[in-house]
Ligand binder design. Sequence first.
Ligand SMILES: C[S@@+](CC[C@H](N)C(=O)[O-])C[C@H]1O[C@@H](n2cnc3c(N)ncnc32)[C@H](O)[C@@H]1O
Length: 332
Amino acid sequence: MISHTLDHAMFGLFSTHALHLADKHGVFTHLIQEGPADPAGIARSRQIDAETLERLLLVLAAVSVVERDDEGTYRLAPELVPALDRRSPRYLGSFVRHLVTNTTGQLHQLDAYLTQGKAAVDAELPSPFDTIYKDEAATEAFLEAMWQLSFGVSGELVRLAELDGVRTLVDVGGASGAFAVAALRSYPELNVTVFDLPQVGPFLERTREAEGSGDRLGFVPGDFFADALPRAECLSFGYILSDWDDETCVELLTKAYDACANGGRVLLMERLFDEAGGPLATAAMNLSMHVETQGRHRTASEYTGLLEKSGFVDCSVHRSTWDKHLVVGRKP
Ligand SMILES: C[S@@+](CC[C@H](N)C(=O)[O-])C[C@H]1O[C@@H](n2cnc3c(N)ncnc32)[C@H](O)[C@@H]1O
């Protein structure tokens, strides 16, 4: 038991890479579309090396991502198909690619953080979004990963938010519009403005065209530290506060309070730590936030505390069936 636990902890590096490579080279797509197959058949069809593939599949079988029978035929664990099928709203491949191609290269900083402290190490580095948006390809890859993390759950979050009767919503740091699109689809009377850094504009425009949202989806370029937020009945922050420390969160929420109509609401959409410090995905992403941003994940009561400090009242927590949840505060 102890050794099994330690094996999983120690060899996670290999399963993350195996997961990413099997996705990247269409191995999961092959298993989904063609059904159970052996490594040689998959390798032939995907034009990849059979021996390397077999070694990757053995790791994926050991962590139960795929199932292997006695003849060496592999099939996908059925419950994982939605997360591994590129056509599914629950597809996580782009996020795993972000972990491998981006996060992994930054994890070495943790050692320096331990010995020198984060502030001293980060003082030498560009600010998080200067790195994330260093060129157009990096911007596109990041926004695609964010879309995949946020779009599927957004359908549920907009319903939990009960936006009937709301006419204007500003999605602060709304990226390429995953939450905005879900809100527009569910509430025909709603208009949504995404407020985000100028680099994001062309990607939001692509979404607007693809969705045919017309004037109902607007974009205001800006910097939420330098600029006031556009006024609205409702302002939303999806995976924004987890990028920043508590003091900065209160600064942003105070701006949201100023921009929010009386009787309006602010929506926070975030992973939530449970009281025991789990689950694993939140604990791991909390470490990722540490190296990639200046933020962290929090419990529901830590978020309601930040809302109350910024003037919001009647705070409530609404859990989705995914790992992104909703915390709401009302402006009196
Ligand atoms: C982690 S992403 C979250 C995207 C989206 N809200 C979601 O839930 O998937 C953070 C977003 O904040 C935006 N952002 C970062 N710094 C910003 C700033 N100073 N002003 C405006 N937007 C900013 C980024 O461009 C990015 O779209």
